[in-house]
Ligand binder design. Structure first.
Ligand SMILES: NC(=O)C1=CN([C@@H]2O[C@H](COP(=O)(O)OP(=O)(O)OC[C@H]3O[C@@H](n4cnc5c(N)ncnc54)[C@H](OP(=O)(O)O)[C@@H]3O)[C@@H](O)[C@H]2O)C=CC1
Ligand SMILES: O=C(O)C1=N[C@H](C(=O)O)C[C@H](O)C1
Length: 237
């Protein structure tokens, strides 16, 4: 496939290497709003830019009929507008807060874990995430996805970062340390004990490989808005 990389930072550069190893060509890589004519030459666009740029990049790709996947976090207030645009233009779109296969298995585990823990009384959930000091958003997109899963399986209605400590919110503690690639931990605690599940990324390779696999998968689908869970279900069939 001919791929346009929208956001040629840490993730964009990892994606380029993996995409080329898998036989794809990079026809555009940019750190600014893509040029429309250059973007049109791509079979698919992969956006790993920044919170303030993602919505515009994704919308542009959909408008010029280029299927697009995005891993950029921190822009989801505009997600519903992208879904609408995608319907209107019969586009292809897939967003994932985390593209690594390991984290997507962790999401499946978290769903089961949360359901199990909500079936017994007196356990309170808490999330922790740690990332490198360059990260622009907090909490991480992955932590938000995990919290949303816990909310679906429990009586909690929302999440919040300290110092907000209201009883109905699941606390998400976000730490920024050195060059940490991404650690996420979900804990349920009672006065008696606590149970945790944790995922730690050892590099960016898993995120980048998952993104390229998702791009390959999306290019074979009919128009629509898709989730990484659907890619994973096809991969582990
Ligand atoms: N879903 C997933 O699996 C993962 C998601 N992420 C997310 O991906 C995003 C990028 O992460 P990362 O690569 O580490 O960040 P980087 O800061 O290393 O890269 C972002 C790049 O986007 C560029 N950029 C800025 N504005 C635009 C624009 N308008 N159009 C295109 N590119 C632009 C920046 O250029 P400049 O520096 O010149 O401003 C920078 O090179 C973050 O939101 C992060 O949370 C990260 C890892 C995995
Ligand atoms: O910024 C990062 O690095 C990461 N961002 C994503 C997120 O916000 O969840 C995914 C991964 O944890 C790395």
């Amino acid at each position: 496939m001919n791929i346009a990389i929208l956001g040629y930072g840490k993730m964009g550069q990892n994606i380029e290497k993996i995409a080329e190893k898998r036989g794809h060509s990079i026809v555009l890589k940019t750190n600014i709003k893509p040029n429309q004519e250059e973007l049109k030459k791509a079979d698919i666009a992969i956006d790993f830019s920044e919170p303030s740029a993602a919505f515009e990049n994704i919308s542009l790709a959909i408008s010029v009929q280029v299927p697009v996947i995005s891993g950029t976090t921190g822009w989801l207030d505009d997600y519903d507008k992208v879904v609408e645009l995608c319907k209107e233009k019969s586009g292809h779109f897939l967003y994932a807060s985390n593209f690594s296969v390991g984290v997507n298995l962790f999401f499946k585990l978290n769903k089961y874990f949360s359901k199990l823990m909500s079936s017994v009384e007196n356990y309170q959930p808490e999330l922790e995430e740690t990332h490198h000091i360059h990260k622009k958003d907090a909490p991480s997109g992955t932590a938000i996805s995990l919290a949303e899963q816990v909310i679906k399986e429990t009586s909690y209605e929302s999440w919040a970062c300290p110092p907000d400590d209201s009883q109905n919110n699941i606390p998400i503690k976000a730490y920024r340390e050195g060059e940490v690639f991404g650690d996420h931990c979900v804990t349920f605690s009672s006065e008696i004990d606590q149970l945790s599940i944790k995922h730690s990324a050892k590099s960016r390779q898993g995120f980048a490989l998952g993104a390229v696999m998702a791009a390959e998968w999306l290019s074979k689908q009919k128009p629509g808005v898709y989730q990484m869970a659907q890619v994973l279900d096809d991969l582990i069939k």
